[in-house]
Design a protein around this ligand. Structure first.
Ligand SMILES: Nc1ncnc2c1ncn2[C@@H]1O[C@H](COP(=O)(O)OP(=O)(O)OP(=O)(O)O)[C@@H](O)[C@H]1O
Length: 309
């Protein structure tokens, strides 16, 4: 495999404020690479440096062997880019905007474009200013995909999309990968990148904390489950199960709150031995994961110094 994105010691300061510091990673051609980090971590800054919308203070980045700053015109021809926020003429319709981007790219396959519009259930007849944030995201995704670029760089592509559209988006990303093309996408939600990415980099406080295969990041996967049983269950049994970090029994005696690291399999199988009234699970935000599960015992600090390539 060859690297399509090569980032070396990239640093960007905003005056005295930090943007990113000494960030290095590589993305191989044909992979779906997730760039994961809490809000303010430096994801957008990194992406804007790749797109030559910002100039680095030091370090360098290459795409397909080309310097992103000095050869930015050639680089941009290879890319479909979805910015974090789309700022477009509010009076143009979705269709006019897509036509405009299509012309810029020397024409696009109209059949593929129509398919993308249908798959995301996007109405191109409305004016940009009338679109909700979810519809703006759809328009941005369509324009990034429509010319079948060799590399897609997508800044938080699924924020604001409903679950059905998100699933369709995941399928579109996997099709791009099956086509041998590359996707680089940022997110602040672990489960979002799990569906599609084979490798992930985690950025935090402007610095790369980890780079690894998605399977290697099991330790950062946490979920908080609430299970209501028809009658009281033995709490101790749940405490000893694989992956269970904490069990809290509510005063009614039938409700358990269980914090799980990694897979919930053991908990679900044990719960199924009793009569379950309801089960809900939510994934804590990356901020919460870092604060609750790492900060207290200094694991985060150790991880920050342990970058796996
Ligand atoms: N134009 C700017 N001027 C000053 N500081 C900035 C500017 N843009 C970003 N920053 C700072 O740089 C850091 C990284 O921000 P960045 O937008 O890259 O993070 P992010 O991971 O994309 O977060 P989000 O998900 O909130 O967009 C933050 O501390 C932010 O306040």
């Amino acid at each position: 495999m060859t690297a399509i994105i090569e980032v070396e010691s990239l640093t960007k300061r905003y005056g005295s404020k930090r943007g990113i510091s000494d960030v290095s990673f590589q993305v191989q051609e044909g992979e779906v690479f997730g760039f994961l980090g809490p809000n303010g971590a430096g994801k957008t800054t990194t992406i804007r440096l790749l797109m030559a919308l910002l100039r680095a203070n030091s370090g360098q980045a290459r795409i397909a062997g080309l310097d992103v700053w000095r050869q930015s015109v050639e680089v941009k021809r290879l890319i479909g880019y979805l910015p974090g926020e789309l700022a477009l003429d509010p009076n143009l319709t979705g269709r006019q905007i897509l036509e405009y981007f299509g012309h810029l790219r020397g024409g696009v396959d109209q059949v593929y474009l129509k398919q993308l519009i249908a798959r995301l259930d996007f109405d191109p007849s409305r004016k940009f200013r009338q679109y909700s944030s979810g519809n703006k995201r759809k328009l941005g995704i369509i324009q990034a995909f429509m010319h079948r670029p060799r590399l897609l760089i997508l800044d938080e592509p699924t924020s604001g999309l409903d679950p059905l559209n998100q699933q369709e988006f995941d399928r579109m990303v996997l099709e791009v990968r099956d086509d041998g093309r590359t996707v680089f996408l940022s997110s602040h939600i672990l489960t979002e990148v799990e569906q599609t990415c084979n490798r992930v980099a985690i950025i935090r406080g402007g610095q790369l904390a980890r780079v690894g295969l998605i399977e290697e990041l099991k330790d950062i996967k946490h979920q908080e489950m609430t299970i209501v049983f028809a009658s009281a269950v033995p709490v101790e049994v749940f405490k000893g199960l694989e992956g269970v970090e904490q069990v809290e029994a509510l005063a009614d005696g039938r409700t358990l709150r269980i914090a799980v690291q990694g897979q919930a399999d053991a908990v679900i199988k044990e719960a199924a031995r009793y009569s379950v009234v309801s089960l809900s699970s939510h994934e804590p935000s990356l901020e919460d994961i870092f604060m609750r599960y790492y900060e207290s015992d200094g694991v985060a600090a150790r991880e920050a110094s342990h970058v796996v390539h």
